[in-house]
Design a protein around this ligand. Structure first.
Ligand code: 3H9
Length: 712
């Protein structure tokens, strides 16, 4: 068994060094080891005080998140948190000064342990936080009771409901820390123990009194936070539980408040919301692990980049590189197109400055990293080129052939295509090992998803480089296979097919959008398409039709093509699925014309329109996603169900707290999903074919994540 807490005595101070790589997460064994080390320090006559410090890159980053899966009942949760509370009370009751020395992060249970110590010192670069709410839980080891006593209720509410860590200097100002040092943390902590030990000082956070005035202000802050959460945290329960627990800190003695925290915490741990968020925590980290690409695969350094095409996507991609500090050439065919692209970029940055998100200096520095050009000059010194020209195979092939001639042999050649075959582009380049898809989502400088499309001949180095680059660009890179639409848009075609058909069957645009927004999407399918542009989808449909193909099996609604024919492309033309106050405007109103068009389209297909329940809308759309997701998985275009979940959460705003379309399907139950697919097949036709993987999992009584599934 490795030693989880090392015990060394220096200058009559016991250094208790937590050593549980990679992030010193609190497992039950580590909790016990800390308990024992503190007890040893108290009993050690050669010791006047103790420092709790972390080995490696961080203090304690919180409870081991995997542990929550082992807690199956309320009783188990209550028992575990009562044990943790008791342990922290023992630390706090230590009769010699105990100092937490923080570097890296003190998060969740890590900050809770630190707050049970008598004093806290940190290096200036450290951060402290209570991010539990991002996992659908609340601080469950006294954080909701100790933090308001140190920082006041307002700061505690902000930290615990938002989950964002605060810097050491801010934490010092808020009273969470007692001292911040520039460098030698260990020496600073030992000195702090010695001064406190010399004067016999011990400060127990639990004993800090909350005055009636502070309590009244805190209760008002609780009400205000609840009201703000009412609109901001749709469907998410944990932030409200946090407020309830902090309210208990303000109104009850410490032990009673702690008991309330334990109850609220237990309910959250067992919630589906928390299971979904915990699943995503690990799924997001799993996406960068590719089974046949070892960790030590060489990764090219990206010092300079180029983007070809300064349309909406190209401009956004250039901004992404510039924001990450990477100089980027932005190429267009002529000065006019280039100037349009640069104007978009300038407008975007200026709007960030106007909103206070960027300083004018930063704007100047960042935009200076983008060099507009109409030639390939300088392409021989870039490490990556992203092709973002018009979605046309011949044009893209010609571009790749040119790029191979003007770049160095090792330069990565990435295509931002959302639909075209990357293998064809790879062949056209004559350098297939370097060719890969980098599929950004609009707006490219904002959306965090990057689909990394691995074509037949793409080298392992190109994939590994792309994953590392994605992180540097602030994106979540997910490696997918080279099928039509890749993973995100291939599944989206089924989502949109159902949205159009539901409209023809009698749903309305505002109703379908509202049902999906109430489910948790930030925007419904029609609102989303009005933003992206109805013309984009129609052009892809037309291109496919010319090849004798369709995006999704089943009936192709003619309604979107009719809107296209009317010049209703969405927000940009002032009308699409909705009417807008002006071209480019956002204030929208429903348009009765859509119902007329849908009624005619339904009549042509012999569909009788009638009322549809919101629940049926959600069921149809989420079932379509899960069924197609199962096919994508079985065909190997996504490596794991979690990859699909991450794609949908980051690419399309699938509600995080539902875990993504595959996790959500498991929570509904795959037998229920399969029964729906079969029912839809009866009602609508054979295009509703159950995915073989779905049928097999149901037959085996398993879910996408391997767990047992209840029967329908
Ligand atoms: C809590 O504390 C509840 C308490 O209130 C109640 C207590 C009873 N557990 O992110 P990285 C793994 S809830 C298990 O890539 P970075 C992670 O999976 C917890 N594993 O590194 C990865 O593994 P792998 C509250 C964890 O440098 C590896 O460590 N705390 C945990 O980009 C490296 O992680 C949090 O929510 C964990 N707690 O970022 C903090 N943390 O290499 C969660 C990390 O196999 N953690 N791992 O893929 C983080 O925010 C980031 O990991 C951190 C480092 C900022 C610390």
């Amino acid at each position: 068994m490795p030693t989880l807490v090392h015990y060394d005595v220096t200058d009559r101070v016991a250094l208790l060094t937590v050593d549980n790589p990679p992030v010193n997460a609190l497992t039950p064994a580590l909790w016990n080891a800390i308990d024992e080390a503190v007890a040893r320090g108290v009993a050690d006559e050669a010791v006047d005080g103790m420092v709790l410090i972390g080995a490696g890159s961080t203090f304690i980053a919180g409870a081991d998140i995997k542990i929550f899966d082992t807690l199956r009942s309320r009783e188990q949760c209550l028992e575990r948190s009562a044990a943790n509370h008791a342990l922290l009370a023992r630390l706090e009751n230590a009769t010699k000064p105990l100092v937490a020395a923080i570097h890296g992060n003190a998060l969740g249970g890590g900050l809770e342990v630190a707050m049970a110590c008598h004093f806290r010192i940190a290096v200036v670069s450290a951060h402290v936080g209570q991010p539990e709410v991002l996992l659908g839980i609340i601080p469950g080891a006294g954080g909701t009771q100790r933090l308001p006593r140190l920082s006041g209720a307002a700061v505690a509410l902000e930290m615990c409901t938002g989950g964002k860590p605060v810097s050491a200097p801010d934490a010092l100002r808020a009273g969470i820390l007692d001292q911040v040092v520039d460098d030698d943390l260990r020496a600073g902590a030992i000195a702090l123990v010695n001064t406190r030990a010399a004067t016999g000082q011990i400060r127990r956070t639990r004993d800090i009194a909350i005055t009636p005035t502070e309590a009244a202000a805190g209760l008002a802050a609780c009400e205000k936070t609840r009201a703000a959460l009412g609109t901001a945290s749709r469907g998410s329960r944990a932030p409200f539980a946090v407020v309830d627990a902090i309210e208990a800190a303000l109104t009850l003695p410490f032990d009673a408040g702690s008991a309330r925290e334990r109850e609220l915490s237990a309910d959250c741990i067992l919630s589906t919301e928390s299971k979904a968020l915990r699943h995503l925590f690990f799924a997001e980290r799993e996406v960068s692990k590719i089974p046949d690409i070892p960790k030590d695969t060489p990764v090219a350094e990206i010092r300079r980049a180029a983007v070809v095409g300064a349309g909406t996507m190209g401009a956004g991609i250039a901004m992404t590189y510039a924001n990450a500090g990477i100089p980027v050439l932005l190429k267009e065919v002529d000065e006019a197109a280039l100037e349009r692209g640069m104007a978009t970029i300038r407008r975007n940055y200026e709007s960030s400055v106007a909103k206070g998100r960027m300083t004018p200096d930063a704007l100047a520095r960042t935009i200076a990293r983008i060099t507009p050009t109409t030639s390939y000059d300088g392409f021989d010194s870039v490490d990556v080129v992203v092709e973002a020209v018009f979605e046309n195979m011949d044009l893209k092939k010609a571009t790749f052939a040119e790029l191979a001639g003007v770049t160095r042999a090792e330069c990565l050649l990435a295509s931002n295509s959302s639909t075209l075959d990357i293998d064809e582009l790879a062949t056209a380049s004559g350098r297939p090992a370097q060719v890969i898809g980098h599929h950004y989502f609009s707006p490219a400088n904002v959306m965090k998803l990057l689909e990394i499309v691995r074509a037949r001949a793409t080298s392992k180095e190109a994939v590994a480089t792309s994953l590392t680059l994605a992180k540097r660009l602030g994106k979540v890179g997910v490696v997918v296979g080279n099928c039509f639409g890749f993973v995100a848009n291939r599944m989206l075609a089924y989502y949109m097919r159902e949205a159009y058909l539901l409209l023809e069957e009698g749903g309305t645009v505002p109703q379908i959008d509202r049902a999906l927004v109430e489910f948790g999407f930030p925007v419904g399918p029609f609102g989303m398409q009005d933003i992206a542009g109805i013309d984009v989808g129609t052009r892809i449909r037309q291109y496919l039709a010319s090849l004798g193909k369709t995006r999704a099996e089943g009936p192709q609604s003619e309604v979107p093509d009719e809107l296209f024919a009317l010049g209703r492309y969405g927000q940009k033309t002032g009308a699409g699925w909705y009417k807008y106050d002006a071209p480019g405007g956002r204030a929208r109103t429903p348009d009765p014309l859509i119902d007329e068009i849908a009624t005619r389209a339904a009549a042509r297909r012999g569909v009788t329109r009638g009322p549809i329940e919101d629940a049926d809308i959600v069921a149809r759309i989420t079932t379509a996603l899960a069924n197609e997701g199962a096919r994508v998985l079985e065909e190997g275009y996504a490596l794991r169900p979690g990859d699909i979940d991450v794609i949908y959460v980051y690419g399309f705003g699938f509600p995080r707290w539902r875990g993504g379309p595959m996790f959500y399907a498991d929570t509904v139950g795959l037998p229920v999903i399969l029964a729906r697919v079969r029912e839809y097949r009866e009602r609508f036709g054979d295009y509703w074919r159950p995915a073989p993987l779905l049928e097999r999992l149901v037959a085996e009584g398993r879910g996408f994540y391997g767990q047992a599934q209840r029967s329908a």
